[in-house]
Design a protein around this ligand. Sequence first.
Ligand code: SME
Length: 167
Amino acid sequence: MAATSKSEKYAEARKAVERLHSQAGSADEFMKSIARVLNDNMLKYNWVGFYMLEAGANPPVLVLGHYRGAMTPHTRISLHQGICGAAASSGKTVVVDDVSKDSRYLACSLETKSEIVVPIFVHGTVVGELDIDSHFPAAFGAEDRELIEYCAQLVGKRLESAPVTTT
Ligand code: SME
């Protein structure tokens, strides 16, 4: 069987995510499936998870949602902490090629070398983010950013049409 080229991998992952988006189901189920699909299909995506802003929390706090990968000690992150806090408070994607050189970085696993965090918007407001860690340095290039931002966009759309109910 012919090896799948790198760009085919991105196209396949995008299609898999689009298929999930076209299926019925809650935003919560959609996020769970995205974490699985990205972690299973993209070799360098060693930890894939969502942090969502806790409804009504003051000061705001990001709470760990669905994830795939090693357990993390960071289940609640405030907006002035970590790469996660930086992405949520700025509303901008943050890519860190070498986490050891970024003083904001909160360590999740000793193996992590690079990280990308992409905010998720609902009606123009940040509601959470998609966080991916890699055991490889500088793992997140333009194609990765595009794929992960696309996933975050679809999650935002799904949340707009079927908000997660918090208990
Ligand atoms: N590294 C993140 C914390 C979350 S763990 O990577 C899962 C940060 O610096 O905010």
